[in-house]
Ligand binder design. Structure first.
Ligand code: UD1
Length: 417
């Protein structure tokens, strides 16, 4: 079991490139199932969650190989429609394969993804939509058995909440459906647009991605393509948080500034100066951080739930009180208990966390229990007096590509043992 050892209070400096977005790469990999021939996916981060998807693709009969950040996927030889429980459990987002496998083979069988570290994460919206598109779905003994022998049919789908995963699953399934599918109250995250860009390059007809209504005209077949994954806005926010708590100036390259429109003002509230143009973000932290205005997580373009934990770690040493309201997941404050061990002053009640800034945090042995919570502990460790020992590093590796190497290159004292 690896651990991270962080000795805090080292200033960061210099320039780094932001990795490709995990949350784009995962649905794009699933969507390759709809194509015949070789897809080339550039800027694909090397993460355990991505490897878990590659294993599912290989199990299904696809060929997947990686060279650096380029991944080749060829699903010509797909010969299975099921995903074993062991592979399903590796990532919660494996449900995104449901629509793709069903659309390609007319059948899909996989275990029911259960709850997870950050909440229950039901899949009712995915199932309701696919049923509305003509799928017969049986839920038994923890398995979903779905059939659509004559293919799926386009329909009008209205989501009760703009779920990212459900929007992606339906978009993928609808590409090869008979007729037109309209998704209302669709999620508008940049990763939805990236998936639509990939699918449209393959020959799909998706209109309105990134808006509340997405229209997908079904086509007969899709061809492979090459596609570059967008930069990871959450990794970018995390690196900004690392610079904020160490009073540092850093430059982040390969950034799409508009994707950070709800995150930048929160850092500015804290006194940070940010200049973002032409893919480069220059970040300068103040001498002393200030408390931020209430941070409410919302579907895009609101403040992302995935950036809540790293920002909460920043607020721990800001001057004043910051209130967080977590509106997306019901169990997303587990990192606060560990931050309290490091001297933070945090009270949580339901979806609200009240953080009273302290002068400084101190190093302690802490344990990560989810991906973004792990990132929050790294941020806290960088700011703390003396050494922080972080266990549960596997969670961090689900979403951050060698974060310790990136931070060391910027001057942090952090190593994996
Ligand atoms: C995706 C992201 C995740 C991010 C989240 C919200 C990926 C791989 N993961 O997760 O990093 O935190 O969006 O931005 O892209 N819900 C239901 N029923 C459903 C589906 C969702 O009740 O059928 C609920 C969820 O429990 C949650 C909310 O809707 O409370 C939002 O979930 P959703 O947008 O679907 O998140 P994911 O796609 O799982």
């Amino acid at each position: 079991m690896s651990k991270l050892l962080v000795t805090g209070r080292k200033k960061l400096g210099g320039e780094t490139y932001v990795q490709g977005a995990k949350n784009s790469a995962l649905p794009v990999l699933a969507a390759t199932i709809l194509t015949k021939g070789e897809n080339v996916i550039y800027n694909c981060p090397d993460l355990s969650d991505i490897e878990a998807s590659a294993r599912i693709l290989r199990y299904l009969g696809c060929k997947v190989s990686r060279s650096g950040s380029t991944v080749l996927v060829n699903c010509d030889t797909i010969d299975k429609y099921d995903i074993p429980d062991e592979l399903m459990r590796k990532t919660r987002s494996s449900i995104i394969f449901l629509g793709a496998i069903l659309a390609r083979t007319g059948r899909a069988k996989m275990s029911f993804p259960g709850g997870c570290e950050i909440g229950l994460r039901p899949i009712d919206m995915h199932l309701k939509a696919l049923r509305e598109m003509g799928a017969d779905i049986r839920e038994k003994h923890g398995y979903l058995d779905c059939t659509a022998p004559k293919g799926l049919k386009g329909n009008k789908i209205s989501l009760s909440f703009p779920s990212v995963g459900a929007t992606e699953d339906i978009m993928i399934a609808a590409c090869l459906a008979d007729g037109t599918t309209t998704i209302t109250n669709a999620a508008r995250e940049p990763e939805i647009c990236d998936l639509a860009d990939f699918l449209n390059k393959c020959g799909a007809k998706i209109y309105g991605a990134g808006e509340g209504v997405v229209v997908i005209e079904g086509v007969k077949s899709l061809s492979p393509t090459s596609h570059s994954i967008i930069p990871d806005r959450i990794v970018c926010a995390t690196l900004m948080a690392c610079a904020a708590v160490t009073g540092s100036k850093i430059i982040l390259d390969g950034v799409i500034c508009s994707h950070l429109a709800s995150v930048i003002p929160v850092f500015e509230d804290a006194g940070c100066k940010i200049r973002c143009c032409n893919g480069t973000l220059e970040f300068t932290a103040p001498e002393k951080l200030k408390a931020m205005k209430t941070v409410r997580t919302m579907p895009y373009p609101g403040f992302p739930t995935d950036a809540q934990a790293p920002l909460l770690a920043v607020s721990c040493i800001a001057d004043g009180t910051t209130v967080f309201v977590e509106n997306i997941f019901e169990n997303r404050y587990r990192h606060t208990g560990e931050l309290i061990r490091m001297g933070a002053n945090i009270k949580t009640v339901g979806k609200v966390a009240v953080v009273e800034g302290v002068k400084s945090l101190y190093g302690a042995p802490v344990e990560a229990t989810d991906l973004r919570g792990a990132a929050a502990l790294v941020v806290a460790g960088l700011s703390a007096e003396s050494q922080t020992e972080i266990s549960g590093v596997r969670y961090l590796e689900r979403g951050y590509e060698n974060l310790e190497l990136t931070l060391s290159a910027l001057g942090a004292d952090i190593k994996k043992i």
